[in-house]
Design a protein. Structure first.
Length: 66
């Protein structure tokens, strides 16, 4: 069972770059199951990104229209 956190891009990249090869090398023939963790935080993260975009947009507008 391989687990990754949906709120961390690095978490999934580690599964791909390290753990799949490690398991294939040491546990030949074993079936893999990929499990996404923290799925409840994905929507919250999207809201946070939208808030950041709004803040950035406001700062840009403030500089344009002093």
């Amino acid at each position: 069972m391989l687990c990754f956190s949906v709120d961390s891009k690095d978490s999934l990249e580690n599964v791909e770059s390290k753990w799949v090869g490690e398991i294939a090398e040491n546990c030949q023939g074993v079936k893999l199951v990929l499990v996404a963790l923290k799925c409840d935080l994905r929507e919250q993260g999207a809201e946070d990104e939208a808030a950041e975009a709004t803040e950035d947009g406001g700062e840009t507008e403030g500089k344009r229209n002093p």
